[in-house]
Design a binder for this molecule. Sequence first.
Ligand code: NAD
Ligand code: GLY
Length: 361
Amino acid sequence: MIEHQLDVQAPSHQYPIYIGSHIINQFDLYAPHIGQKTFIVTNPTIAAHYLTPLQQMLSEHQIEHTAILLSDGEQYKNHDSLNQIYDALLTHHADRKSTIIALGGGVIGDTAGFAAATYQRGIAFVQVPTTLLSQVDSSVGGKTAINHTLGKNMIGAFYQPKAVIADLNTLNTLPERELSAGMAEVIKYALLGDAAFLQWLEQHMAALMAKDATLLAQAVYHCCQMKADIVAQDEKEQGVRALLNLGHTFGHAIETEMGYGTWLHGEAVSAGMVLAAKLSQQLGCLNAEDVQRVEHLLTQAHLPIAPPKFAYPKWLAHMSHDKKVQNGQMRFVTLTKLGKAVISQIDNTDLLQRSLQDYLA
Ligand code: NAD
Ligand code: GLY
């Protein structure tokens, strides 16, 4: 049953997001977007739960399908996995009318989406997100990428899917640590742009973490609405979309320094948002109670609020690769108050060092 539907009005392409229960095998949602040859990109963990029913659905409708199973984990969001997809597409003679279905979390969606963006200069793909993080964030908006050893998401393209089919039932098999990681991105939306949503999350976090289906559906829908609105204004991150990177400059530094997959992306974003709040405090915008409020909500979602310790030059080296850097100047998403984010150019690195002072090795 579809519980919510909305459209992403991106300038390059408009497409539907379907949010509901038991919709993963609802053929009419796929039918307008898939060709006669379909490639399901997933991994063994997700395949164990959701691949067979999807294959049965396609077989019943005489769609030729091939499953491509990538290794599971952030450390495999790389060129080898990308090549594995290209190899399968070429071996099975995929053409410009072929379709990729990305069945999984953000790692699968980002990698499969980049394969779709680049194979024969672009073929259709459908996002079927199965983690909270991918349902509220990565499946929407067309950012596709793989990691480079020197930096997260450094090789990629803006390339929109034909549709997003978010089945909330898939969250029932999601491990708690992954639910928390997704909740970091949910909290991110509240902090960057919606103080009322922040209060709502504070009120309902325990029930959300207990996977209350009605509340989770509301949260996913609200985040998708916020993201669709931002992507409609700024598809290629020339302005307002950069606010969606709250906590990510610090977070990507943690992920790169610790080795991809050691800290989950959402965990790194969580600690990164605390650092962004502390930087905002250094800038005189937040007070100590605001920072504590951020820490408290993240803790309620069982998320880390302190980053691992490493040397200041390493923080700087990683953050200098950030995609918001312009003409060598570092720019951060900071908060003018809880529920309102801006981009701040940080010329005074003393402020940065002070924000990080408790976490330097
Ligand atoms: P993930 O894709 O690694 O999935 C998390 C884990 O859960 C994996 O082990 C996966 O196999 C497993 N899993 C997935 N669905 C499951 C289910 N229903 N039941 C049981 N297990 C399941 O991680 P993620 O948090 O979904 O995504 C993180 C990635 O998303 C990062 O690479 C990040 O950079 C990227 N990201 C991209 C965007 C974007 O706009 N493109 C936005 C945010 C994050
Ligand atoms: N996750 C950040 C963005 O999609 O822009």
